[in-house]
Design a protein around this ligand. Structure first.
Ligand SMILES: [Zn+2]
Length: 248
């Protein structure tokens, strides 16, 4: 079966938590014009589709997002799923709850959000006319395996510091439900490179202007919930026809 998914994990997981996706059958680092990406591990169960998996944390020494998407292409992945942690602005979201990134606001400044100098100019101009979005097919598949996860608007930032209470209120007025650091500009770069990209976010805490009650294991339970469905997600995706979302 096809190995066409790269899973980027921006959450801290206990060792062995990914064993449900099968043993590691290959490890690789990818040299890109934007720096080294990896190492990533290919996990595969017998008779099941494989999945490339890489950790994805560590601002400000993070991997250049262009290296990430360039490497996804080199690995032969047509789909990229990032599992991120986020700060909830929407008071209805609970700590540990998984949410699906349905739309986004780009509030990043540091990283170049384009391969512009490297792709053919004509292709670039054409893609720039398209409305940026997460892959509807991958997002619908997430909804299928995680029916409790709502679709939310994600605010992408690339600053390490926390938001102030006033900023949290402002972001909420903009329509953002959650803040995170690992989906933007990756979603834009993936679209430019012709790859499908989706984001799953686990709520780590609440925004600076909201109450944050003491934790009682909700985060751990929420991470386990997602870990428990990853193998189903990989399997379900492998049964879907090729996606055409990057064409329109
Ligand atoms: Zn797609």
């Amino acid at each position: 079966m096809n190995t066409n998914l790269l899973l980027l994990i921006g959450v801290l997981l206990p060792p062995k938590s990914l064993d449900g996706l099968g043993p590691v059958v290959e490890e690789r680092s990818v040299h890109t014009p934007y720096g080294l990406f990896g190492p990533v591990a290919l996990r595969q169960r017998e008779g099941a589709p494989g999945v490339w998996i890489g950790p994805y944390t560590g601002l400000p020494t993070r991997t250049d997002p262009r290296a990430t998407i360039f490497a996804a292409n080199q690995l032969g992945a047509q789909r990229v799923l990032t599992w991120d942690m986020g700060i909830a602005l929407n008071a209805a979201l609970m700590r540990g709850q998984p949410v699906i990134a349905g739309d986004f606001i780009d509030f990043t400044f540091r990283e170049p959000a384009s391969f512009a100098s490297d792709l053919q100019r004509a292709r670039q101009d054409e893609r720039r006319l398209l409305i940026p979005r997460f892959c509807p097919q991958m997002s619908a598949a997430l909804q299928k395996v995680l029916p409790i996860a709502p679709s939310v608007t994600y605010l992408g930032i690339d600053d390490l510091r926390r938001e102030t209470p006033a900023e949290a209120r402002m972001y909420r007025l903009w329509g953002a439900d959650i803040i995170g650091q690992n989906l933007v500009p990756e979603v834009l770069l993936a679209r430019e490179a012709g790859l499908c990209f989706a984001g799953l976010v686990t709520v780590a805490t609440h925004g600076a202007d909201l109450p944050n009650p003491d934790p009682h294991g909700e985060l751990r339970a929420g991470l386990e919930l997602v870990m428990g469905m990853l193998a189903d997600y990989v399997h379900y995706l492998s049964m879907l026809p090729d996606c055409t979302c990057i064409d329109g």
